[in-house]
Design a protein around this ligand. Sequence first.
Ligand SMILES: Cc1cc2nc3c(=O)[nH]c(=O)nc-3n(C[C@H](O)[C@H](O)[C@H](O)COP(=O)(O)OP(=O)(O)OC[C@H]3O[C@@H](n4cnc5c(N)ncnc54)[C@H](O)[C@@H]3O)c2cc1C
Length: 545
Amino acid sequence: MSERNSATIETPVLIVGGGPVGLALAADLGWRGTPCLVVEQGEGPADHPRATAINARSMEFMRRWGVAEAVRNASAPEDFPHTALYCTTLTGFEIARIDRPHHGGRGPTTTSPERAQRCNQIWLDPILRGLAVSFKTVDLRYRWRFEELTQADDHVVATVRDLVRDETRRIVAQYVIDCSGGHSQIRRQLDLTMSGSPYTGYFVSIFVKAPELWAHHAMGKAALINFVEPAGLWRNLVMLDGRELYRFGVRGKEYYDAPDDIDCERLFTEVVGKKIPHEFISVRRWVARNVVSDTYRRGRIFFAGDAAHLNHPSSGLGLNTGLGDAVDLGWKLNATLSSWGGGGLLTSYEIERQPVGRRNIGHADVSHAGDRDREPAPEIFENTQAGDRARRKMGDAIVSSMTRKFITDGLALGYRYDPSPIVWNEADAAPHEAIEDYHPNAVTGSRAPHAWLGDGRSTIDLYGRGFTLLRLGEAADLSAIERAFKARSVPLAVERVDDSAIGALYQRRLVLVRPDGHVAWRSDAPPADPAALVDRVRGASASTS
Ligand SMILES: Cc1cc2nc3c(=O)[nH]c(=O)nc-3n(C[C@H](O)[C@H](O)[C@H](O)COP(=O)(O)OP(=O)(O)OC[C@H]3O[C@@H](n4cnc5c(N)ncnc54)[C@H](O)[C@@H]3O)c2cc1C
């Protein structure tokens, strides 16, 4: 970062927006030693809760950055069940429950060294902020508001307002990453469109403190509580800290239009079914849409997180998808600015990430519609045999159709970059459609799967800084491939793994893993043309430029 004079700052990367995605990108760039400047109009991390569900892949990113333990410690207590409960009221009838025993807690699962956690942004964002600013190459400015930009062939000039000093700053950046969320001014300025579902939902989110809520009813602890009412499903309670804090969600345009007139007391007491000790902390309104940007890049400007895709949060996919964007961009920006990345490396960002966005946001749309359009039979609210039958019927329907709303390990861990111009895609690879279950595999484009190494590390721990070439089984002469990487200054570490189970999982003797942990190439023999392989994976081959 250099300040030419008090009004102009030069930086390789300007990140607009210091929400979780902007902070994660800054952290990843800092971790890789790439300087960046983050401008955030707010005073600091948000104090009203939004995202809580942090999936296993996001936790693997936290592990890479060394903050997984901090996130776990800030999450709901280990033994708090991640159950999704459907009931009429907390003191009324239970209708369905979907348990998620492999979410939360500390130990690994069979498919990841990390478990999904429930850590709300009000605790996650400060961890990401602390991580980002721990790198001296990251410059984070709060109360700086992006105003406009102009683009030239080799740089972007942004105008930013320092709201504290009431001064305008000119920022000259090689790349601008728009992480400014759903109301992105950059998208508006460039007149960029988003496509997807026609659905628009209006909500209010009430931040409420209700200590030991579970002590006041007989349904036990649950992370998500959906209330089935005669008018359908329009209220829910989301556990935040596993102790006393909840996000109480209420759907309805009438509430959205007049948030100051909302009778929080009545709405909350109705879903509990009786008066219990509680305190309202804040109320915010928000609009849900399920749309994906038609472009993730315009010249030197890239879009990530909610600036690139928006979805109803019921499947917990918005932030997690955004963190994936940040991780895909981080190493590509680092490589491009370090000169070993080819001209096609940044082009691959949209090609790889937009399909993931479309898949996740499409799933969120279908999942939310499954609840939104559910009409309860009137008997459900009766304490009769007919009521029991109606509740069982609705409960069965909810469990069979909504389990995939809450369990999305296939989406979290199984996404694959295929096609990708920087991956040696396998023509005969099976489709990757699974949503609930993740099926470990090392097909090119996939996240290289987790397995424990003899020294107690996960294979996941081998990936991150540069490329990693796994040598599984028999020795092969790797000197030509190593020379090819070295000749182009592409960082490569060769890791020998003598473990037949890992060999069977990765299915080839040589597996090349990218800095983001995705498989770029695999084979039983060294490549015939190592230079062509390196150029492909660093985005410098003819097909990528
Ligand atoms: C009620 C609710 C519950 C949710 N639950 C989940 C969940 O469980 N799991 C999940 O994965 N996702 C969830 N989400 C979605 C998640 O909150 C978002 O996907 C996530 O916050 C997106 O992060 P972001 O950094 O891209 O954008 P944001 O969090 O919107 O951050 C953008 C930042 O940019 C700043 N900014 C905007 N304009 C400017 C400007 N001109 N200059 C400077 N700064 C600017 C803003 O102040 C803001 O801090 C939920 C969302 C809601 C509303």
